[in-house]
Design a protein around this ligand. Structure first.
Ligand code: UDP
Ligand code: MG
Length: 310
């Protein structure tokens, strides 16, 4: 039997240098959660912030008993932060949103309604993302690859989501290092639903994903779900092999018909450069997979907790 005040909703929020947004986030979130009229908790996971985020969170914890705080020793990444929050959460439903108010708390009831229609995982879907076009293109591509694998339309899904707690329990048993959460959640086979939500501009500060971190994130998405890039390298190799053979044939025939032509310096330079590029590319793809295997083999903890305010 569930007790009277067992927690219904656990809101998990990863925080990395978001001091300016936290107060407003807390105010808006509290308004929404109170209106739902069920016991809830908000778990902020400070992912090694360098600004005053932790001090702000500590103050929030001091005046609101629903607020819990976990603090990492260092920046471990958004996904580990979310996982730590999930593991500490006691609710029947986990809600996950960003700290920068790009996922408006006012949209939470929509996710919950969808969950109540019988879904086990619900993703917020953005029609109009407040990101630049490079980002939108890359993220669409990665999610398109994913949609091939999980055979569901994942192109527009976001990290704004509501999940039943038993799904999260299973999720934390999965031992992927480069965890791509949305992908895994689709892959696990539970009933997935989507609902359209607003995507606001960042409330304060800058995105925590620079170009390098973004590309790594997309690589994670693709590489953790498919061997397609490896196969592409093989197919590419075969195609180029055939091409090189045809080229050799062409030069031989030309030699017999017309004798020696122009010394062919350009051809050689172009081909050598081209094939060197192809080889490096294929090696790079191999490297991506091996690098990830290496991470799994080292088996370092995903995150290290310094403080827990509960
Ligand atoms: N975040 C984090 N650790 C990181 C990077 C980001 O906890 O290493 C948090 C960040 O504070 C925010 C969320 O993850 O709450 C999403 O980050 P951001 O808004 O920078 O990403 P974007 O909206 O640009 O995808
Ligand atoms: Mg954001």
């Amino acid at each position: 039997m569930e007790s009277e005040n067992s927690i219904k909703y656990s809101v998990v929020i990863p925080v990395f240098n978001e001091a300016e947004s936290l107060q407003t986030l807390h105010t808006r979130l509290t308004r929404v959660m109170k209106a739902l009229n069920e016991p809830y908790e908000v778990i902020f996971v400070d992912d090694g912030s360098k600004d005053s985020s932790f001090q702000v969170l500590k103050a929030l914890h001091g005046k609101d008993k629903n607020v819990k705080v976990i603090r990492f020793t260092r920046n471990c990444g958004q996904v580990p932060a979310v996982m730590a929050g999930f593991r500490a959460a006691a609710g029947e439903v986990m809600i996950n949103l960003d700290a920068d108010l790009q996922n408006p708390p006012e949209e939470i009831p929509k996710l919950i309604d969808k969950l109540d229609e019988g879904c086990e995982v619900v993703f917020g879907v953005f029609q109009q993302r407040k990101h630049n076009c490079f980002r939108r293109a890359g993220s669409r591509f990665a999610k398109w690859v994913l949609s091939r694998v999980v055979s569901a339309d994942t192109t527009n899904i976001s990290c704004f989501r509501a999940i039943r707690s038993y799904v999260v329990d299973r999720l934390s048993l999965i031992n992927d290092r480069s965890r791509f959460l949305s992908g895994l959640l689709c892959w696990m086979g539970y009933k997935v639903g989507t609902v359209e939500v607003k995507h606001d501009a960042r409330y304060a500060g800058k995105t925590k994903y620079g170009t390098f971190k973004l590309v790594t994130r997309w690589m994670d998405m693709v590489v953790s779900f498919t061997d397609l890039p490896l196969k592409l390298a093989i197919y590419g190799g075969v195609v180029l092999g055939v091409f090189a053979f045809a080229l050799a044939l062409y030069y031989m025939i030309r030699h017999f018909l017309h004798g020696y032509g122009v010394p062919g310096f350009a051809t050689i330079v172009i081909l050598v450069t081209f094939f060197a590029g192809v080889q490096l590319f294929s090696l790079g793809i191999l490297g991506e997979y091996i690098g990830r295997m290496n991470k799994e083999v080292r088996n370092r903890p995903e995150y290290i907790i310094r403080d827990e305010l509960d």
